[in-house]
Design a protein around this ligand. Structure first.
Ligand SMILES: Nc1ncnc2c1ncn2[C@@H]1O[C@H](COP(=O)(O)OP(=O)(O)O)[C@@H](O)[C@H]1O
Ligand SMILES: [Mg+2]
Length: 267
């Protein structure tokens, strides 16, 4: 509806945006750079950020940028993951059929990672997304992965990603061994005001827009409400675009944004 009405090639503000066309805000680029560094140095890392700040998107950018002749990217994003399924899932992603017993699957995974590193000189990059939702027994299991080294050489990179409370969880005594080894951390915050303006323009350009749609005041109102959190900016902008379609007008001003935001609050 939006695409047809505005005559664009694609719909802006959706999660389908290709990684080659993401908006390169300073903090987003820094996040992706650190993720790459964690992979390259086979480090353990932690990335936190509010819901919708762009964490999973940064992970996608990492994945798409990895040289597949050197890395194997493994992604887990299942809050109800049980220790037993953890190794099964990782082995599947390695292309190995897991043994039935958990202890065996664990050993299989360990030897696969070592063989990958020593035999093939490749690095397994294990990313655990939404890690703030994991239960204690899963975190214990992840603790095991951090012991996965010989003479301080780690064969893999382990990256935990989650909402800010993950940091506090990992501070607990039980998980200190994990945090102690997590030498690279990054907190992805929201966009700044000027970045939010550029972000909105960027999204429209990627969709194929040739004219601005939001006035500066309109974007400022979006920023005030969303604090530059990408997913929220996307939601508000989409609601405004749909409203513009209904109004049959191709310009969105602060007054329209204000009305949309009031409707938001009422529901
Ligand atoms: N740099 C960016 N450029 C374009 N879109 C982005 C960018 N960062 C985040 N987004 C968009 O914002 C939304 C939320 O991002 P997501 O990575 O799912 O957040 P999180 O994982 O932190 O909850 C997604 O639709 C995503 O496409
Ligand atoms: Mg996410």
């Amino acid at each position: 509806m939006i695409r047809q009405f505005f005559g664009w090639q694609s719909t802006p503000f959706t999660k389908e945006i290709p990684t080659s066309q993401l908006y390169p805000s300073a903090s987003f680029q820094e996040c992706v750079a650190r993720l790459n560094y964690m992979a390259k140095t086979r480090s353990f890392g932690l990335v936190t950020g509010e819901i919708g700040a762009g964490k999973s998107t940064a992970i996608r950018a990492l994945r798409d940028g990895l040289d597949l002749t050197k890395y194997r990217f493994m992604y887990l994003c299942d809050s109800s993951l049980k220790p037993r399924d953890f190794y099964r899932e990782l082995l599947h992603q390695f292309g190995i059929t897991p043994q039935f017993l958990r202890s065996e699957a664990k050993r299989q995974f360990e030897s696969a990672v070592w063989d990958f590193y020593e035999g093939q000189q490749k690095i397994a990059v294990v990313v655990i997304d939404e890690a703030h939702l994991l239960q204690g027994d899963m975190l214990q299991e992840i603790r095991f992965l951090t012991n996965f080294q010989i003479d301080s050489v780690s064969p893999l990179s382990l990256i935990m990603v989650g909402q800010p409370e993950l940091r506090a969880t990992l501070q607990m005594r039980l998980f200190k061994p994990i945090t102690q080894r997590m030498n690279i951390r990054y907190h992805l915050g929201g966009l700044e005001l000027d970045e939010t303006r550029k972000y909105v323009e960027h999204q429209l350009q990627v969709a194929g827009a040739r004219h601005p749609v939001f006035t500066t005041e309109a974007i400022d109102a979006v920023y005030a409400h969303t604090r530059g959190i990408a997913r929220e900016v996307n939601n508000v902008c989409t609601a405004c675009l749909l409203d513009a379609v209904v109004r049959k007008e191709k310009l969105i001003d602060a007054i329209h944004v204000a009305r949309i935001l009031t409707e938001y609050k009422e529901h």
